[in-house]
Design a protein around this ligand. Sequence first.
Ligand SMILES: Cc1ncc(COP(=O)(O)O)c(C=O)c1O
Length: 457
Amino acid sequence: MAEYSLIPVAVPPVKTKNRTICTALPVPESLEIFKNLDGSEPRSMRGQPPIVWDHAEGSTVADRWGNRWIDWSSGVLITNIGHGHPKIVAALRAVLDKPLLATYVFVHEDRAKLTKMLADLAPRPNDYRVFLLSSGTEATENCIKLAKTYALEKYGPERKYFISFDNAFHGRTMGSQLAGGNPRLKKWLAGENAFFAQVPFPDGYKNQDTSFDLFLKTLKEKGIKPNQIAGVMSESYQGVGPDFMPKDYAKKLEAFCRENDIVLIMDEVQAGFGRTGKMFCFEHYGIQPDLIACGKGISSSLALSAVIGRKDIMDIYAPGSMTSTHSASPLAAAAAIVNLQGLQEEKLVERAAKLGVWFNQELERIQKKYPSVLGCFQGLGLVAGIQAVKAGTRTPDPDLAVRINVKCFHKGLLMFAPVGVAGECVKIAPPLSIPEDALRESLKVFEEAVDEVMAEG
Ligand SMILES: Cc1ncc(COP(=O)(O)O)c(C=O)c1O
């Protein structure tokens, strides 16, 4: 992960309708806050551009010293509807005024409303049920548990394998990390992953063999038979790219799971709720997962996640045995209801699809100016990524990615720190509601930043 310098540098002032940069960066007065955090938090919480968020509205993030950035982060792909949406704020106020702040598994009306709304988004609404949780990792973790329990109860202990993909990210708790595909992140789990196996992801750049035969071949090499597999989980697009499966691959994966009664799980924590121009990214592939893990954009704000899944699998656990203290937490549920309504009323899913067409063409044009060091562009809807590489190779160049990121930050365009297998991917994810003039302005800023970094050599 990038370490950003905390030494303020003078940067050219910026004043437009959408951006203001009026101080050195990081803001000298903010350094005290970073210093205090160092005294109270683990260093794992560092690693983002050194801004202190004060308020965020629509597609703008501001500090309290007068600086304002156009946001290409959406937090971390959370605020699909935009930051601080007035209807979400109003809905939260209404819950605060009741007040109703914690309910455990006692019923409240919004829980019934939200689970119904989410079930209605499933491939076959009547056949699906919804379990609400708080974080994305809990949702993927719950999917693993459900798949393994289904397999155990129906077929016995031989169905013990759980399959996921190289470079996958499903969260940071134990099960989701076991299913993750970045060995660096799971060193702490050494020896505990005997029944979790990863196969190459067919992204076409890091792995150029995109045939489903490679999936089958890899399982064979690992000595895993289809009738030993409980579940297969994949992000609908891998966050490291964003990397997408070929449609044909996804269809073959679905058929393989159906033929062998393997639970097919799509992790939509990042990809869901309109980000790619469909409500769920798996819709691009024309498949119907058995379990769908949701998070982030589900509420565009407060901590909420969900598993939307086939009724027969979701109903395995008896009353009281699959719950969580903050399941359907009233504030988070209220935010999610208004968020889902807003995505529909403001046609933000369609908007992401439409804006994404020219936006991604433009981003690709910028990448193609420097193909030897900006090795790969991927994008769909309003999520995109450019992978920085050592000149003329496919070897990640995280330093170059950070330099582009910092240059944008200095110009009033905010992205979270580069992601990817080695931090080489400049990831782009504005709120789906970003006004067109702000999107065009931010694209210009991005091109200027890339050009300047390239000119600096
Ligand atoms: C695809 C995917 N799955 C799961 C998670 C974990 O979500 P959370 O950080 O809310 O636990 C993330 C978070 O980045 C993600 O991108």
